[in-house]
Ligand binder design. Structure first.
Ligand code: GLN
Length: 232
């Protein structure tokens, strides 16, 4: 039962920087939609946890190796991951877009032929980019976090990057000098909280119970609106 989740302190990993889902405030404290969701649910469901920011790919691997109990990191629920993770109910809609420097004249993917594209290791957007790499003939360069990946495009080392729509839109809105040339969203899906398949069942149940409760009573909407405004 969800009550079993009360017996331990869970180690839950999040990304080091993935605004508006997780990011550091100026005082170094972590904030964001995922951070507030997990703290709120833990408090309501009565389980103890440590939230540990680790680069996405490492954190995701550490859940599989048992070093971490769970992950909440703007993590896309994908069929491949569902073979090795158990996901919570979906909580936020996502999909993959590509972006270029705001100064770039690139309008379509064909213009990326022979150019380098910046990708984040182990992500759904990197998988999508790899799936169309042959067709469009671009080279790839890998980064462990979104900030350094975006920066590679801003400074002109890479011609483009692939990233989740809500994350890319938020960064651009907050001054990142990138532009999304096409409104087409690939691999539309959802974010979910995840544990290793078959492990931490009580934690997963507690998360789902808490998620339903905060979605019902308006807490979830208040958290999202705090970061994204009324229009979301
Ligand atoms: N949503 C993407 C994925 O799950 C990226 C997650 C992230 O970079 N934190 O692969």
């Amino acid at each position: 039962s969800a009550a079993d989740a009360k017996k331990t302190t869970y180690n839950i990993t999040t990304d080091v920087t993935y605004p508006p889902f997780e990011f550091q405030k100026e005082n170094g404290q972590y904030t964001g939609i995922d951070v507030e969701i997990i703290h709120t649910i833990a408090k309501r469901e009565g389980f103890a946890m440590n939230l540990k920011p680790i680069s996405f790919n490492s954190g995701a691997q550490m859940v599989l190796s048992g070093q971490m109990d769970a992950i909440i990191a703007g993590m896309s629920i994908t069929p491949e991951r569902q073979k090795v993770y158990d996901f919570s109910r979906p909580y936020y809609r996502t999909g993959v877009v590509w972006a270029v420097s705001s100064k770039s004249k690139i309008k379509n993917l064909s213009q990326l032929r022979g150019q380098t594209v910046a990708l984040k290791t182990g992500t759904a957007s990197a998988d999508y980019a790899k799936s169309i790499q042959k067709k469009y003939g671009f080279k790839v360069s890998y980064f462990n976090d979104s900030n350094t990946m975006y920066n590679d495009v801003v400074v002109g080392n890479s011609a483009a990057t692939f990233e989740d729509l809500p994350v890319m839109q938020y960064a651009i809105k907050n001054g990142l000098e990138l532009r999304i040339p096409s409104s087409k969203v690939a691999n539309a899906g959802w974010y979910g909280f995840a544990v290793k398949k078959g492990k931490n069942r009580a934690l997963l149940r507690a998360f789902n119970k808490g998620l339903v409760a905060i979605q019902k009573d308006g807490t979830y909407d208040r958290i999202v609106k705090k970061y994204l405004g009324q229009s979301q």
